[in-house]
Design a protein around this ligand. Structure first.
Ligand SMILES: [Zn+2]
Length: 324
């Protein structure tokens, strides 16, 4: 990814771009900042530019393509193996850096989680920082600079990465298809970390799916108000409704599979709800219910009144409930 694809880290990127333009890049950098703010992406973009020999990676030469695929023979990435980065990992890195580059102008490495070097590994890395083999480029990354040995800190050019602004996280979430209101809420809870935002987004989506299927399972003709309200609410967003109906079909298919003793259930986290469907209806009934959902999907796709189509569907689903 080129620098222009990284949002919210203009200061660090400006420093790196200037050093590239002046052909004065340091041997070792330390990028610090909270998890999920773009440190590793920036490290990769910087290495891409260095390997590509331009101010930004071009994105399509063999070198850029290999980096994008995580398969460049001259880039070595070290991450904690369990709780720590161990001395064997640093020794292997030193061995790799001691060879001449295969195709890039120099060897490069990213050590992600440099606060988690155990003592032996830290001392060993220190030697590499004092006398870098060849003209290797080392980029050390941490979200906990207080845990990095001071002797390591003092041998690196340090760049601080700030937490991402809420507007940036909102824009990044929007680009992945999250709705505006949800994106704003998630961004406000994410404390500047895209990683955290993605986690919250996944939880929200899971919660939404569960709540939809719970509502469907509790539909009753004895109390029609919630049924009509749900149809009205969903009719406002056709695209999302089609997604939810697809989800409902997968859920119904799971109930059929469960009835037949198959272990291949998709929504395994919703087992109690699936059991309720599987025991409340015969296989034939479930097939009919799948047919009802398919029919309303077709109706909504062909632009009939979505609210009416959903009301009919929900009444059909509610009516056949044997245990209500
Ligand atoms: Zn390139």
């Amino acid at each position: 990814m080129p620098f222009t694809g990284i949002l919210g880290q203009d200061n660090s990127i400006a420093v790196l771009s200037r050093s590239l333009a002046a052909d004065k890049i340091a041997h070792a950098y330390l990028f610090d900042g909270i998890a999920g703010c773009g440190k590793k992406k920036t490290a990769l973009a910087f290495i891409e530019a260095v390997f590509c020999g331009q101010s930004e990676g071009c994105g399509h030469c063999p070198s850029c393509r290999k980096l994008a695929a995580g398969q460049h023979p001259d880039l070595h990435v070290v991450e904690p193996d369990g709780a720590f980065i161990k001395i064997d990992q640093i020794r292997e890195l030193q061995r790799n850096l001691s060879f001449r580059p295969f195709e890039a102008p120099k060897k490069a490495c990213i050590i992600d989680g440099v606060d988690r070097l155990n003592i032996a590994a830290g001392n060993s890395l220190l030697k590499t920082l004092e006398e870098p083999p060849g003209n290797a480029l080392l980029i050390l990354i941490t979200d906990n600079p207080g845990g990095v040995l001071p002797t390591i800190l003092s041998r690196c050019q340090r760049l601080h990465f700030s937490a991402l602004p809420e507007a940036t996280i909102t824009a990044l979430l929007r680009a992945t298809g999250v709705e505006m209101e949800a994106a704003r809420i998630i961004a406000s809870l994410s404390a500047g970390s895209m990683r955290k935002a993605v986690g919250i987004g996944e939880e929200t989506a899971l919660h939404e799916r569960r709540s939809f299927l719970e509502k469907i399972s509790s539909l009753s003709l004895g109390n029609i108000t919630p049924l009509l309200a749900m149809a009205e609410e969903m009719a406002g967003d056709k695209e999302k409704t089609l997604e939810l109906l697809e989800l409902l079909t997968a859920f119904q298919r799971d109930a059929l599979l469960l009835q037949n003793g198959s272990p291949e259930i998709v929504n395994s986290d919703l087992l109690p709800l699936i059991e309720q469907e599987a025991t409340g209806f015969s296989g034939e009934n479930i097939m009919e219910r799948i047919g009802h959902v398919a029919e309303s999907r077709r109706a909504i796709l062909s632009n009939v009144n979505a609210r009416l189509a959903l009301e009919v569907l929900f009444m059909r689903l509610a009516k056949k409930q044997l245990n209500s």
